[in-house]
Design a protein around this ligand. Sequence first.
Ligand SMILES: *[C@@H]1O[C@H](CO)[C@@H](O)[C@H](O)[C@H]1NC(C)=O
Ligand SMILES: *[C@@H]1O[C@H](CO)[C@@H](O)[C@H](O)[C@H]1NC(C)=O
Ligand SMILES: *[C@@H]1O[C@H](CO)[C@@H](O)[C@H](O)[C@H]1NC(C)=O
Length: 392
Amino acid sequence: MKGVRWSRFRGRQYSYTLAVLVITTVLLWSWEENPVITIVSDEGQFLKPPSECNYAKGRWIADNRRPLYSGTKCKQWLSDMWSCRLTLRKDFSYEAYRWQPEACDMPEFNGSQFLRRMQDKTVALVGDSLNRQQYQSLMCMITGGEDRPEVENVGRKYGLVVPRGAVRPDGWAYRFPDTNTTVLYYWSASLCDLEPVNMTDPATEIAMHLDRAPAFLSRYIDQIDVLVLNTGHHWNRGKLNANRWVMYVGGKPVKDRMLVQIGNAKSFAVHSIARWVDSQITLRPQLKAFFRTISPRHFYNGDWNTGGSCDNTMPMLHGSEVDQDESSDSVIESAVKSTRVKILDITALSQLRDEAHMSRYSLKTSDGVHDCLHWCLPGIPDVWNEILYAQL
Ligand SMILES: *[C@@H]1O[C@H](CO)[C@@H](O)[C@H](O)[C@H]1NC(C)=O
Ligand SMILES: *[C@@H]1O[C@H](CO)[C@@H](O)[C@H](O)[C@H]1NC(C)=O
Ligand SMILES: *[C@@H]1O[C@H](CO)[C@@H](O)[C@H](O)[C@H]1NC(C)=O
């Protein structure tokens, strides 16, 4: 990488080259105590190494090399419901942007290089439907949306089969045979272990253990090399009641007055899973784990249940830059602090893209309900994967 950059750099105008060299030398000299390798980007700005980069800071740039796959393809993995090219939507301007982090290198995503880097490895996305979007996006990015009949469905190996009476399994797992790479998704909306309170009662309440990792993760963590977690939109009383989830800590229903408040319970669970994953990294230091921050919703009246809309189709109506240092998701940010779990901070940059949701074009919601939570694919979750790729 560095070689390529420097040789490109060599072709630049002499005076400009000299100026940059002088600055580089001065910087290297003044940082002698703690030498840094300075890399210069095409625009001549100084780039930080990936470990120091805040990928969340930057700007959206129009780019006609986007999207990375076609929304009319990728039938093997992309849900029709999320492919806006298959809906009545007419404007696709939202597809043609890339994210440029400030002062960091953003490698072009390349599916075959991704697979080679993930040779003999398993990449797991575990979380709610937004992580399912990120998973579908990743599969489409790896394959460029082309059919890959040789890719093997290995869901059964992870117990991912359609349960009796269910619409879909709790997840999917696919193995790319050439590189022996498995990419899987598992649905765990709360990242808590769920356990029926009374096994023999079909209408039983479900204990939602705020202090226990989902059984799937406990069981398979030692086979996972790259883990991407998320949770967020299921932490409300309506969703908990609808699922008959009852919060438990220490094996008992939560009575603590602070902890029964959902926001506090979410924070407790998020901190707990981050610490658990960190303890797994102690056992297996090659495990790389990321906690994705919350994906922003854009219901104008702020309430999923009563509708609202995200009708705007004009990109970047509210600006195209993020320049804050802190994450907009302080819960995840604080949970990963002092662990080896990395933050995959996509909240603020996605916040700028209200025009890229399913909006009123969602097939399932022709009854006038707008989906201002999920994103059109290809679209914003592709960028989350590019930022993940940059950090692998
Ligand atoms: C991806 O990388 C491979 C070699 O590593 C190269 O042959 C291929 O052209 C690249 N694909 C794209 C789309 O850049
Ligand atoms: C595939 O990778 C796994 C590790 O993830 C390894 O245990 C297995 O032996 C590999 N299989 C082949 C055929 O190389
Ligand atoms: C569990 O559910 C069954 C069936 O509804 C019921 O007969 C039994 O009493 C329940 N057990 C407990 C401990 O509540």
